[in-house]
Design a protein around this ligand. Structure first.
Ligand code: FMN
Length: 415
């Protein structure tokens, strides 16, 4: 398949070279179009050598070439019609503005208007440029026109500032390209209610009991479900993550907030995925003022509400309920126990004692546990894993996997 990488004039233009390599590793035939500004940052020759194709650098025939050459006269239309996807990385504030307003004053912007292939933009810029209402409005316009936006990351920027605006990791951009190329709409018509993050239980106005959940797995599930056509409601305890595009985010803090947010939206959901790390206990009393240090302190804790159990208790026919369990020992046994006790359709089992996966990591390895099988999914990035978990969840809708309720609890109807 042919993918065109549009390189615009940002400091991150050098990163496009690695991106091209990563796209080629996916057996994609990569072509490059550069804006004039991009050529101040990196030479077309680099991309020509990497791709083995001529790099398109302008609308007009180069000096000395035949100005009446019919092939170059329709090059932008041909490039637009033959590509399977256009991915602009880095996308400058300028290119976003031009795309949003239909300005076609160079090859890349003209190609954007002329193509019917899916378009992905990966913006990169200074934090103030990124946060400027003009840029944000342009992004909204593009998102409304089905342009896929790979959100920039936060961190140290080339301009010396710290904040959002750093080009997303190649992995996220490649994933976005692959997902538009193999676009699956298999969650269209579903409303997926996902919980993510770690809830916090206040001890006093400044302290809380919390946990190590980063929310990354739940957010990856939300992104993946949205991409596959679902309406997604993400009930999120505090995280440091950017809200995924086109997902309805409901921010909550405590377990009780989360329970209320989930139960009040349950009638809209067709699938519930409980990926949040929910506090099992909360202080029985919350101090009205900041606690002062004065010798030993004993906390009196009480159990919190069991949200998964409450969801199962209220579930309508056809609602799929999937929980997550983070375990440190006897992982499978505890997972099975949770599955049976709670009556969920499946439990995604996380062995958080394993090095390099689980809490706060970008990678994870899980077991997808149902009544009749335990499917080990390989160690993958959380983004990749999210897709695999959704496949497994959808497989629960197959006739042999449909769970029926009996007096004895839940059993697989095909067994
Ligand atoms: C050194 C330098 C770095 C720049 N980096 C960025 C950047 O990271 N992101 C951005 O949106 N614009 C950046 N600009 C501004 C763009 O190059 C400028 O808006 C240009 O018109 C973009 O043209 P293009 O969108 O056609 O590539 C930078 C400019 C300079 C001089």
């Amino acid at each position: 398949m042919k993918v065109t990488v549009g390189v615009s004039g940002g400091i991150a233009a050098y990163k496009s070279a690695e991106l091209i390599r990563d796209l080629q590793k996916q057996a994609l035939d990569v072509h490059v179009v550069m804006t004039q500004a991009a050529q101040h940052f990196i030479q077309p020759l680099t991309f020509a050598a990497l791709t083995g194709h001529k790099v398109i650098t302008g609308l007009w025939a180069p000096e000395g070439a035949d100005p009446g050459d019919a092939a170059s006269a329709i090059e932008h239309i041909e490039a637009a019609q033959t590509t399977d996807a256009l991915v602009v990385a880095p996308a400058t504030a300028d290119i976003l503005a031009k795309f949003a307003h239909g300005i076609a004053d160079d090859f890349l912007t003209t190609m954007y208007l002329a193509t019917t292939a899916p378009v992905i933009v990966a913006p990169a810029m200074n934090v103030n440029m990124w946060q400027h209402p003009a840029t944000q409005a342009n992004l909204e316009t593009l998102a409304a026109r089905n342009v896929r936006i790979v959100q920039p990351e936060s961190g140290y920027l080339a301009c010396g500032m710290i904040g959002a605006g750093r080009l997303a990791e190649n992995e996220a951009i490649v994933e976005a390209v692959l997902s538009v190329l193999h676009h699956r709409n298999d969650l269209a018509g579903e409303t997926v209610l996902i919980t993510a993050g770690g809830t916090r239980e206040a001890l006093d106005p400044v302290r809380f009991l919390g946990n190590r959940s980063s929310g990354k797995m739940g957010y990856a599930m939300a992104e993946a479900a949205q991409r596959r056509g679902a309406r997604v409601i993400l009930v999120s305890a505090p995280t440091a993550l950017r809200a995924p595009t086109n997902v309805e985010v409901v921010p909550v803090i405590s377990t009780e907030d989360m329970r209320n947010a989930v139960l009040s939206r349950l009638d809209q959901a067709t699938i519930v995925i409980k990926a949040a790390a929910v506090a099992d206990y909360r202080p029985r009393m919350q101090a009205g003022q900041k606690l002062r240090r004065s010798g030993p302190l004993t906390l009196d804790l009480e159990p919190t509400e069991d949200i998964l159990a409450a969801v199962v208790e209220r579930r309508r026919q056809g609602l799929l309920v999937v929980g997550f369990a983070a375990e440190t020992e006897d992982v499978l046994a505890h997972g099975r126990d949770k599955l049976l006790r709670k009556g969920a359709d499946a439990i995604v089992l996380n062995d958080v004692s394993r090095e390099g996966v689980g809490f706060d990591s970008d990678r994870n390895a899980v077991t997808f546990l149902t009544r009749d099988r335990a499917m080990e999914l390989p160690e993958l990035t959380k983004r990749e894993l999210a897709g695999r978990i959704l496949d497994e969840i959808l497989a629960l809708r197959q006739p042999s996997q449909v769970l029926a309720e009996t007096d004895a609890g839940l059993r697989v109807s095909g067994d």
